[in-house]
Ligand binder design. Structure first.
Ligand code: FE2
Ligand code: FE2
Length: 470
């Protein structure tokens, strides 16, 4: 499944065999490039960046690394290899051959799912637009740009599906994906977390750890889809997404490490004086980003989620590994909910609880990184533990949005919330302190005061390699 790079739009879907589709996408291409110029990374567009590009979709060696100017990145259409004989793995159509085309009855629903996923991809590029100006190192700058170009490619992935399978509606949706903008008052992005600002690198690493991980779980459940082109698209996107989450996890790990080193070396908790970020502030940023990211999974009880599943459009995380009937009729699932001023767990029908189940898988995955950061804290002999806040904390969507819940999972009064909010969420003081650290470091091999160097470089290169040059 080599990618054809002689084509104007690199692809492994034999685009040249469908002239109409090829022409339509070639018309969309300059508008995408204009969007990238207007809304993509501010500055650095003429620099050489050490980027990876997909050259095939095989598990082995799909990536090629070289210096490239970002506008010359070869955004293209790559689907994972087809699995001949693939059948639908769940829902009412279980066991039937996967659909090569959109079934008419699910057209509107599938389009909505694809547009909602697609909308997040350019949104994050817009959110991260200014970060290059304050990079903590050339290594991190390169990672930011790698994430950005790949989110651009993920937009291509979804736009391809819209153009190839949804006719005129699909083409209109593809245009609208370039017209909505993150935080725009008139035409915002669809989902809340994608209209938040990413004003500093602590937020960026939190975003790539928590919010890109939401992407992983959404893509993984769409990779189970009976609509085969969507499944194959998402499968390949997941391989790129893994790097984004690595950037977040490793970035936060390096921040924690630096903070601990300063605490130990200076025998103080007051690390801000030494240009590091105190653990309490890191915890507040974590609370914020975790809570807005779990909102992305939607309401705990959702008829839509049940319908997507029964229709065979969106499965569970690792559907094939689940040892049940893959239809969930009559099954139950434990869901946390409010009962007056208490939080209780009740068994409810499993089908409408699928959002919550996906959120549970996500939360367990988030915990793994937190455990690793805490190992670093312990290794330095420091008595502090980073924690994921309770799922009810600071929610805008779902059952908990009607209550005030503390990070440790108590329903609290509005008065207590008002009094203690500053302990739980980033304060103006935190934000301006973090902002004060955002001074660009662009000398080879140098790193900002608040982050430790990585253990190793990219693609076997040294840490002090010139990841961005010119
Ligand atoms: Fe993405
Ligand atoms: Fe991503």
């Amino acid at each position: 499944m080599a990618v054809d790079y002689k084509e104007r739009i690199p692809n492994n879907v034999s685009l040249h065999e469908d002239r109409r589709l090829q022409r339509a996408l070639e018309e969309w291409q300059p508008r995408f490039l204009q969007w990238w110029a207007d809304m993509g990374p501010d500055g650095f567009q003429a620099r050489d960046v050490y980027l990876r590009t997909a050259i095939s979709v095989d598990a082995q060696g799909w990536a090629h690394f070289d210096y490239l100017r970002m506008p010359e990145y070869r955004w293209g259409i790559f689907l994972a290899e087809p699995d001949p004989g693939r059948t639908i793995g769940f829902g009412a159509h279980r066991g039937q051959p996967a659909w090569p085309d959109v079934p008419g009855e699910y057209r509107g629903t599938l389009r909505r799912l694809i547009v909602t996923q697609g909308d997040t991809e350019p949104a994050s590029v817009e959110q991260q637009r200014q970060l290059g100006r304050t990079c903590p190192s050339l290594y991190d700058l390169r990672n930011l740009f790698q994430v950005n170009v790949e989110e651009g490619r993920h937009l291509w992935a979804m736009v391809y599906l819209l153009h190839a399978h949804f006719g005129r509606d699909g083409r209109e949706e593809a245009e609208a994906l370039l017209q909505r903008h993150s935080g725009d008052r008139d035409k915002p992005r669809i989902l809340g977390a994608f209209n938040e600002k990413t004003p500093d690198w602590l937020s960026f690493f939190m975003f790539t750890y928590f919010t890109d991980r939401d992407g992983k779980y959404q893509l993984a459940s769409l990779a189970e889809s009976g609509f085969d082109p969507l499944s194959r698209t998402c499968r390949f996107m997941l391989t790129e997404e893994a790097h984004h989450m690595f950037v977040g996890e490793a970035g936060l790990g390096r921040i924690v490490q630096r903070t601990c080193e300063v605490m130990r070396d200076h025998r103080t908790d007051d690390v801000r004086r030494h240009g590091a970020i105190d653990l309490a502030t890191i915890q507040r940023y974590l609370n914020f980003h975790f809570s807005v990211s779990i909102d992305l999974f939607g309401g705990e009880i959702s008829t839509n989620a049940a319908n997507f599943y029964t229709a065979g459009l969106k499965g569970r995380f690792e559907e094939a590994k689940k040892a049940d009937d893959h239809a969930l009729a009559g099954a139950t699932y434990a869901v946390s909910q409010l009962d007056g001023d208490r939080i209780v767990t009740r068994d409810v029908a499993a089908l409408p609880a699928l959002n919550e189940r996906l959120r549970d898988d996500y939360i367990a995955d988030c915990q793994r990184g937190v455990d690793r950061w805490n190992q670093t804290v312990r290794k330095h002999g420091i008595d502090f533990e980073l924690r994921l806040p309770h799922r009810g904390f600071h929610r805008a969507i779902g059952l908990f949005s009607q209550a005030r819940v503390s990070p440790d999972g108590r329903v609290v009064s509005q008065a207590e919330w008002d009094a203690r909010q500053g302990e739980w969420l980033p304060t103006e003081n935190d934000k301006s302190f973090v902002q004060s650290l955002m001074v660009p470091v662009i000398e080879r091999g140098k790193f900002a005061s608040w982050i430790a160097p990585p253990a190793r470089g990219i693609n076997g290169q040294a840490v002090d390699f010139e990841y961005v040059r010119g």
